[in-house]
Design a protein around this ligand. Structure first.
Ligand code: ATP
Ligand code: MG
Length: 205
């Protein structure tokens, strides 16, 4: 009997807030590639000047837990939010490899994030750490990548949703129902996230 390795998808993001674009991307890749689990990994808190522009990690983590709770194959990891300093994908992959040594890793990334990764220093070492999967995102072209990346490109249902737009909508008193899961709508309201008065460190946690 041949041993099949556990196939672990990784969905990294700021998730401020998590929305249905993230969830559809994870679900589609899981289905297409036969992943056993997708772990969502909220990024750490940016340092210094950027810190005020991103919600506290604990809020982003909890919204991600709420949004993924109903899917038995979706989990959430604290590796990036518990590691001090800025989040680098190489560190995320190294930590998950240590925690899950048996797993084959698949790193899921949208077209816009992929473009950024390509500009990083030492990007070439990433391709051996995981199978990268680039997914389509409305308004962004999937960049041309060399064969050394081994990246898989996947067309997924177009979800014209961004966290930035969700935050702007909440701030402007517009609804985010059906853009984010119901529990996330309720979490945002309960904690007064994304309102002009909510830009206080700690954000009411
Ligand atoms: P922000 O507007 O704050 O940058 P975002 O909507 O881009 O938020 P992120 O948390 O930055 O969300 O993205 C996490 C990952 O999910 C990235 O790889 C990104 O490309 C991907 N992603 C986000 N939204 C979509 C979408 N609508 N369709 C496909 N991929 C997406
Ligand atoms: Mg983004």
């Amino acid at each position: 009997m041949t041993h099949r390795r556990f196939r672990l998808g990784i969905m990294g993001g700021t998730f401020d807030p998590i929305h249905h674009g993230h969830l559809v991307a994870a679900s589609e890749v899981a289905s297409e590639l036969g992943l056993d689990e997708v772990v969502f990994v909220p990024t750490g808190q940016p340092w210094q000047k950027d810190a005020g522009r991103v919600s506290p990690a604990e809020h982003r983590y909890l919204m991600t837990v709420v949004a993924t709770a109903s899917n038995p194959r979706f989990t959430v990891s604290r590796v990036d939010i518990d590691r001090p300093g800025p989040t680098y994908t190489a560190d995320t992959l190294r930590d998950l490899k240590t925690l899950r040594p048996e797993a084959e890793l698949f790193f899921i990334t949208g077209a816009d994030a992929l473009e950024q990764i390509m500009t990083w220093k030492n990007v070439e070492k990433l391709w051996d750490m995981a199978q990268f999967v680039g997914v389509t995102r409305p308004g962004h072209d999937l960049v041309e990548l060399g064969p050394e990346t081994g990246i898989k490109l996947m067309e997924i249902p177009a979800m014209s949703i961004s966290s930035t737009d969700c935050r702007v909508r909440v701030q402007g008193g517009k609804p985010v129902w059906y853009l984010v899961p119901d529990g996330v709508v309720q979490y945002i309201a309960k904690h007064n996230l994304y309102l002009p008065s909510a830009h206080i460190p700690g954000g009411g946690l």
